[in-house]
Ligand binder design. Sequence first.
Ligand SMILES: [Zn+2]
Length: 398
Amino acid sequence: MSRFRMYPTPAQQDALLEQCGHARYVWNLALEQWSMWTRETRRAPSFAEQCRQLTAARAAFDWLRAGSQTVQQQALRDFDQAVKHFYARTHRRPTWRRAGRSEGFRIVGPQAARVTKLNRRWAAALVPKVGWVRFRLSRAVPNAKSYRVTRDRVGRWHIAFAVAPKPIPNPGMGLVVGVDRGVIVSAALSTGDRLTCPSLSKAEQRRLRYLQRRLAHCRPGSNRGQRVRAAIAKLHARTGDRRKDWVEKTSTDLARRFDVIRVEDLRITSMTMRPKPKPDPGCPGAFLPNRRRAKAGLNRSILANGWGALIRRLEHKAAGRVEKVNPAHTSQTCSVCRHCAPENRESQAVFRCVACGHQANADVNAALNIAAGRAVSARGETPVPVSPKREPQLATSA
Ligand SMILES: [Zn+2]
């Protein structure tokens, strides 16, 4: 994605918001049908069927017909894609689009190519039913087949062109790195590096809690409530920007430094999975800590988002060099002697092997197991096959 800040005139803003509303309406309609159909008949309406329904809806509603068919059809197509991603278990279940929160629409096809450079600093894109909308040229406009127009919760408009980033050449040294989604830090490398995806700082978390408390006391729809809501949105927008930046830098760095990047397979982990309760054997009815708290919470969900984005960007930049590993037992297995036992995990941060005494940072130990692709050894299943041509060497130092 190559994103530019867009500056529509007030009249254009109204027209754009209307398009956003149409896209949202169509998306939510499709979502409603999909959730109803799957619950009752176990079969979802096909894309073609939904297109027919859209045609009928456009015939029935003047306000919908006044909008762009390109935009509305694309919303259906996007929804169709979201459902496919959900069934493939790579993305979460599609959710409701809400006014003011997820405003945007997508233009695909020849219309997306209508971009004109006005001068050194400004360009304009022809948006159907809106006209030429100016955007700031912060870098060269890529040649893209589609773009998305969005309005964030703070009211900033952006135009983002979908471009697959140029693949980054591999260093060619046969270096393999394992990346573990850590608990203490957001990603640990088998090299021992620990990366931290920026999220809310302690002060920002405090401020967010304070604002949320204030919002709870505001009358719905009041001016004060709106101001508080805007302040919350600003906080979220700031962390979002920070996270995007981190994802770009980190994915480029990893793609440049390593030939093969092994990560845990999120389809197996399921990002929303809740840890099982762990009964305490010494005390019936009581439970041992099961990392549930560590998986819950706002910062965890922000980091989960950052993690998913990192993997997606890696797959673009290091195409064909990202390998997914079954993450089972990676945190309990010793990276030196391969002994696998829950007792190896002395604490959340410390790994100490009960068999050989190897001690390491728990996340780095897991990353080493992922790098070796021996994640599932405890169950005796076959690990990810290592290329037969050349045994890749593990990168143990940067
Ligand atoms: Zn060991």
